[in-house]
Design a binder for this molecule. Structure first.
Ligand code: ARG
Length: 389
């Protein structure tokens, strides 16, 4: 991240920009950690709080990255040398302060470098496979359409906090504006070879002062999607210096390469939604006789993208007359999937696994089992239920 003194006067973006928290060449002493992430830094920037961008990864060659699956880090092609076995990279996860002893570290086992990087197609992206998964890691889903290639983006990284400056001990964050391809191409001769389909520009065109910089490469540029979830739209790629006016940051256009990234990930044995992840709620909920519907919630997190077309819903309900029961699965957005209608069946209990095509639903969020007893006399309770993604 980088910011300059003139940024103190910028209105839209400057207040969120970051500055030298730990620059070796900084005139001031290193800044202390700022867990709240809101204390103004030297010139109006902010440090990211621990857990604020939980999928951020620092890579030992001096790049950033984002967790794509529990075992794959998405970074920039220019951060790695070639495709193949590679045990030379250390990934640090789970901290904002690189010296935080709670950091989770993994060594790389393999690198997949985009085969189109360096060609006219572009594609500055790579996947780094970790020697073992970071189980339960937060994942950052990638944009699969260009719908989010606009607006204001967030960027974060441990890179230089000024052009030519040293790396940051603390994770820094800033907001950058989308800049359209034509404007970017014409902004400065440096950008004349911009690949419109492969690159997105962002920054403060008029004023400069806020930007990613050396060492932020490979890290994500991200924003909220229409459901309010973080989504990755870019990868820090290059720029002419850092934070100069009329010289935006250039980011890999992730949506263009989403299919290629997913295909490579599948090949590396990591799918965006780790298969077979199970979530459950075993708290009993009694079902009133011929009464209102009752609910049991399961909060799903740590997955990415949509739920599968084969979402398994395992239901264990103790009830003396199963025909009394109507059972629905309610997705995080409120969409309802009927699992079972009422019937004349006198068989007790419901102990079944239903398969639901939930592929139009985001996996993460609060899922609810809705159960209603619609005939009088018999009663029971939800004993336990599970969702397997
Ligand atoms: N290529 C740089 C790196 O390897 C990132 C440069 C980003 N520059 C910019 N002005 N946004 O770290």
């Amino acid at each position: 991240m980088r910011n300059t003194a003139k940024k103190a006067f910028a209105l839209a973006v400057g207040i969120a920009a970051t500055l030298a928290a730990f620059g070796g060449q900084a005139h001031s002493a290193p800044m202390p950690p700022d867990p709240g992430g809101v204390t103004p830094q030297v010139v109006g920037g902010t440090q990211a709080a621990k857990g604020e961008f939980p999928w951020m990864v620092r890579l030992s060659m001096g790049c950033g990255g984002a967790m794509y699956t529990e075992q794959l880090v998405l970074t920039a092609a220019h951060c790695v040398n070639s495709t193949g076995n590679n045990t030379s990279i250390t990934a640090t996860y789970g901290v904002a302060d690189l010296q935080d002893t709670s950091a989770i570290k993994r060594t790389s086992s393999y690198v997949h470098r985009s085969p189109t990087y360096g060609t006219s197609t572009g594609g500055d992206w790579a996947l780094i496979k970790l020697s073992s998964p970071i189980t339960g890691a937060s994942l950052l889903p990638i944009a699969t359409t260009n719908a989010y290639n606009n607006g204001v983006f967030d960027v974060a990284g441990w890179g230089a906090t000024r052009e030519g400056g040293s790396q940051s001990r603390y994770l820094m964050k800033a907001k950058v504006d989308f800049i359209d391809d034509t404007t970017c191409k014409n902004a400065d001769p440096y950008y004349r070879d911009l690949i419109f389909s492969a690159e997105i520009c962002a920054g403060d065109l008029a004023n400069g002062g806020v930007d990613t910089c050396q060492g932020d490469s490979g890290g994500p540029m991200f924003r909220r999607d229409s459901a309010g979830q973080w989504i990755q739209v870019g990868i820090v790629s290059h720029g002419n210096g850092c934070a100069r006016p009329s010289n935006p940051g250039v980011y890999t256009e992730v949506s263009t390469f989403a299919a290629a990234i997913k295909a490579a990930a599948d090949n590396l044995g990591g799918t965006p939604t780790p298969p077979g992840k199970t979530f459950e709620n075993g708290t009993d909920v009694s079902i009133p006789d011929a009464g209102a519907a009752v609910y049991s919630n399961i909060a799903v997190s740590g997955l990415t993208g949509n739920a599968p077309s084969t979402l398994k819903v395992t239901v264990d309900i103790k009830h003396s007359w199963s025909g009394d029961l109507v059972i629905d699965l309610v997705a995080p957005d409120g969409s309802t999937y009927r699992l079972k209608n009422s019937s004349s069946s006198s068989t007790p209990n419901v102990n079944t696994t239903y398969t639901v095509n939930a592929s139009s639903e985001l996996a993460n969020g609060t899922w609810r089992l809705k159960v209603q007893d619609v005939y009088s006399q018999d009663t029971g309770y939800i004993d336990i239920w599970k969702l397997t993604f």
